[in-house]
Design a protein around this ligand. Structure first.
Ligand code: ATP
Ligand code: MG
Length: 421
């Protein structure tokens, strides 16, 4: 019979990797609390039309990468390829616009894109996403970037590179677009096929092409930051001043773009060194035109999303120590199988007191049980030996020091009791 495998581009997160995930999740949770973001959980699928409008028909995501299906009622649904469109949908639908602005929300969960899988690039991956809705102040752009900053410094990452750019607004972008098109048109024969198609539809995306043939042309292209209107230029300058004043180093990268009209002003990415070609650990920016596209009133917004798999890869690659998870405090062993009913009771009492405890099954030799305790990383083993049988007592062995002492069950339970929330 054919052996089943996980679908291409998906991965199993095995127990050995879980400690890195817990570490990232804990840091994210406290980050959201420190910065005052509230959690919002959303459905994993939405109407296809939401993403067609909210992500945009000119994007790779909508053109090539969505998992779209028709449900039994005949409606077209899509597994979410990002969070932002769903967050704004929920914001409008639930009347959150009447709350004090900015409304600050975070979300976490699986995202689906039909991409070419490689290390750090999957078809199902996980994002942490934060959005701040309803405020134009560049101090908010700074706040969002400093949240990204703090996330990576709390994770103890080294060798990060912050990239920023401004792509203007509907007032200044059309003039820039004309210059950009003229530049690329004059080199049309040197562009890749994709870029030739993008030239009329979405010229900003040519800047972001990863092909070796297009990169040099993109490097020489006119820069959005040189075409900003006064409002956008002031916004960008103020943001940079905040970053400078807090000594947060960044590079202005004129090729950093978001290819759609409702993305405005600030865009940024953070790159981590050494995790391979897929080095963007987070990406974000302003989307002051999005709420209107989705049928709401004009509402500015800014946010970012970080890919958890790439954060975990960075933790592992940079060999950053994380707390061990899943190690039992106590392994309960018995010298003679006839002590098993007592061992079962003792393990139960320990767990009722909140102590992570494992029990040696199967009536094996004490030596075999001690070996297992060691393999499981147990800190202590409580052995019911001949001496202790029927006396509600155990020999407690410290597994690192290999010293042993006799304790009553009551003392053992008191010593290892863990308060539960
Ligand atoms: P990339 O340029 O790497 O394709 P992107 O611009 O498509 O990234 P965003 O849509 O901004 O990425 O998503 C935010 C973050 O989600 C990225 O910075 C990255 O960490 C992560 N990410 C995006 N696509 C994938 C994927 N296919 N697999 C794993 N992580 C991903
Ligand atoms: Mg992508």
């Amino acid at each position: 019979m054919k052996k089943f495998q996980s679908p291409k581009g998906t991965r199993d997160v095995l127990p050995a990797e879980q400690k890195y995930w817990r570490q990232v999740e804990q840091v994210l949770d406290s980050l959201a609390r420190i910065f005052g973001y509230e959690r919002l959980d959303l459905p994993v699928f939405e109407s296809t039309a939401l993403f067609q409008r909210g992500v945009g028909t000119g994007t790779d995501i909508v053109e090539k990468e969505m998992y779209t299906f028709t449900d039994k009622g005949g409606d077209s649904m899509t597994l979410r390829p990002e969070f932002t469109a769903g967050v704004i949908r929920a914001y409008l639908e639930n009347g959150m616009a009447s709350r004090p602005k900015p409304v600050k929300l975070w979300s976490y969960g699986p995202i689906f894109r039909y991409e070419r899988p490689q290390a750090g690039r999957y078809r199902q991956f996980t994002q942490f996403n934060i959005e701040a809705i309803g405020e134009m102040d560049p101090a908010l752009d700074f706040e969002i970037m400093s949240a990204a900053w703090q996330l990576f410094s709390d994770l103890k990452f080294r060798n990060l590179c912050f990239q920023i750019n401004s792509i203007g607004c509907p007032a200044c972008r059309p003039g820039y677009m004309e210059q950009l098109k003229a530049h690329f048109r004059s080199h049309e024969k040197d562009l890749c096929g994709d870029c030739r198609n993008r030239l009329e539809k979405n010229p900003l995306r040519l800047l972001d092409c990863k092909k070796e043939t297009c990169k040099p042309l993109a490097d020489r292209a006119p820069r959005a930051a040189d075409f900003l209107c006064k409002e956008c230029a002031d916004h960008f300058e103020t943001l940079k001043r905040y970053l400078d004043s807090m000594a947060m180093p960044y590079t202005v990268n004129p090729r950093l773009v978001r290819g759609l009209d409702y993305y405005t002003k600030t865009v940024f990415e953070v790159w981590a060194e050494g995790i391979g070609a897929q080095n963007a650990v987070c990406g974000g920016g302003r989307y002051d035109g999005l709420a209107e596209i989705l049928g709401g009133p004009p509402t500015p917004g800014i946010g970012f999303a970080a890919g958890i798999e790439r954060l975990v890869m960075t933790l592992m690659h940079q060999q950053i120590p994380v707390p061990e998870t899943g190690r039992p405090d106590v392994y309960v062993a018995c010298q003679d199988p006839k002590a098993m009913p007592e061992a079962v009771r003792l393990a139960t009492l320990l767990r009722q007191a909140g102590t992570p405890a494992v029990l040696g099954f199967g009536g094996r030799s004490l030596k075999a049980q001690l070996r297992e305790a060691d393999n499981r990383g147990a800190r202590f083993t409580a052995i019911i030996g001949e001496e202790e049988l029927g006396k509600q007592a155990v020999q407690v062995r410290d597994m690192t020091k290999a010293v042993q002492e006799q304790l009553s069950w009551t003392d053992l339970i008191t010593r290892f009791r863990r308060p539960r929330d």
